[in-house]
Design a protein around this ligand. Structure first.
Ligand code: PMP
Length: 326
């Protein structure tokens, strides 16, 4: 499935075209496929937006060679932008609240980016404010703002979506993905609905997250441990379009954690909690297509495994749930 057999010019040429692999424990009649995004050079789905957004901003003149990209980020996005920035003559500065994963901050720095910490108590809002302040003080600086930038969705509409359709010869019944910025799911869903307006679309969020309220559900806000997906304030997730989604499914931390451990033991996938949550929902959707409860144009479900568990080993991702510092 991976097609990088010819010599390539740059690591950026290895972004995307990730393998699509069948999830074994799913109905025979309705296969579930997962796109393995840890195969990207920065080991996550965010390499796609790093490459796509920086290239487009350079083409549009919004960013100039030698300029600086400044993004508030907790992790994978910073690594994805840093991989691309290094190859495109762009400086990268990431503003990261102190409490976030040390591994991710070390990887951003290893890729040549500057990492600036903001106090944990100021939250992501503090990091966003600091990023904008730095951009004002820095010549030729832009803040891509993955949460509000349509190029985030476009990156997946142009790459992830078509790759899935090519791999399955267009026979895609349902698309399922976790929503952080929602760029991945919105891009996939837009492409899918253009191919077939009846494609079933399911969004995945942790139990305690508030995306479900955008479809009128009465859910309780709680803290959750699943990383990379969910929102406490859907108004800030500007890219999410509830009308493009048939259902939003909440997954408890413990269920996602059991599934990521099952995926490792039984299926050989070293994936993290957001992939565990996506896998659970994708398998449920497949069962409902099989039973006729969900009407989909084809008997297949596609989901995305966004990154790798290696990035969370220090948090104890494979230890018991009680010990897990998610
Ligand atoms: N899983 C992980 C581990 C992530 O880092 C992200 C990005 N926040 C997602 C899932 C969700 O991707 P998106 O922002 O495109 O919704």
């Amino acid at each position: 499935m991976t097609t990088h057999r010819e010599p390539l010019d740059s690591v950026l040429d290895t972004v995307g075209q990730t393998p699509l692999v069948r999830v074994q424990d799913a109905p025979d009649e309705v296969p579930v496929y997962a796109k393995l995004e840890s195969f990207n050079p920065g080991a996550s789905v965010k390499d796609r937006i790093g490459k796509y957004m920086l290239k487009r901003m350079l083409e549009d003149g919004e960013l100039v060679p030698g300029g600086t990209v400044i993004e508030p980020t907790a992790g994978n996005t910073g690594i994805g932008f840093a991989v691309a920035a290094g190859q495109l003559d762009v400086n990268a500065v990431f503003v990261v609240p102190e409490r976030f994963s040390v591994e991710k901050q070390q990887l951003m720095a290893a890729l040549g980016a500057e990492v600036i910490n903001t106090p944990t108590e100021d939250g992501m809002g503090g990091a966003i404010d600091r990023a904008h302040q730095l951009a004002e003080e820095t010549e030729n600086a832009v803040v891509p703002q993955q949460f509000g930038n349509p190029l985030n969705v476009e990156a997946h509409y142009e790459t992830t979506g078509p790759e899935i359709y090519d791999a399955l010869d267009g026979e895609v019944g349902a698309v399922v993905a976790g929503c952080g910025t929602a760029g991945t799911l919105m891009g996939m869903a837009k492409y899918a609905r253009e191919q077939n307006p009846d494609t079933y679309v399911a969004a995945v969020e942790p139990e305690g997250s508030l995306y479900s309220t955008t479809k009128g559900a009465d859910v309780d806000e709680e803290e959750y441990k699943i990383e990379g997906i969910g929102t406490h304030n859907p108004a800030t997730n500007e890219l999410f379009e509830p009308d493009l989604v048939d259902e939003i499914v909440q997954v408890p931390d413990e269920t996602a954690h059991d599934e990521l451990k099952r995926l490792a033991r039984k299926e050989g996938h070293l994936v993290a909690s957001s992939a565990g949550a996506a896998s659970v929902v994708a398998r449920q959707v497949a069962e409902k297509i099989e039973s006729g409860e969900i009407d989909a144009p084809y008997d297949s479900v596609v989901t995305v495994f966004p990154d790798s568990s290696e990035r969370y080993l220090s948090k104890g991702i494979y230890r018991s749930f009680a010990e897990w510092d998610g």
